[in-house]
Design a protein around this ligand. Sequence first.
Ligand code: CO
Length: 215
Amino acid sequence: MRVLKNLFDQNKKWAAAIKEERPDFFLNLSKQQNPEYLWIGCSDSRVPANQIVDVLPGEIFVHRNIANLVIHTDMNCLSVIQYAVDVLQVKHIIVCGHYGCGGIKAALDNKEHGLIDNWLLHIKDIYRCYQVKIDMLDTEEKRVNLLCELNVIRQVENVCHTTIVQNAWKNGQKLAVHGWIYSIEDGILHDMDVCVTNLNELSHTHRITQWQRYS
Ligand code: CO
């Protein structure tokens, strides 16, 4: 092995430690996955889904991108949501942002960052909706953190507006969409109390009310 030997060494130790405690763990896991949760979080290396909620492999289905965005036409994210909801039948979708998010910070400045500026436009759109409220705050940290929270709320809405989630609710599937935010400074998760569990909680503009069968 020529490179990154340390990571392979650590992997062996990690697998051995789990096997020692639970000899059949990997064998059982290899047969199926049955996670109850879909986690949509930021790519930030400091916000790893499994570690934060202290669960083993197999318990959380994960999608991460910069600033935990759920874009209406992002086939990557939509495919993850569809597979999680339709096939894995997860019970909960958690959108988890974090304070001090670099993506949010970058969206609030007017500097050029390269290709990513196109991705960050989605955050700027949210900023523009709440600009008066955000600009009233006296420090950059407070402005960034408020936009981090507002972004989580918007992304929860975006998850709920997908045809995937609306169809699941229409068909009586039990599915809750949650908005959480994580504090890197102390490792603590905060529930933002934006749990959505059915079609009636969606705004009229985005709720599908007339269903027909396409075949
Ligand atoms: Co981030």
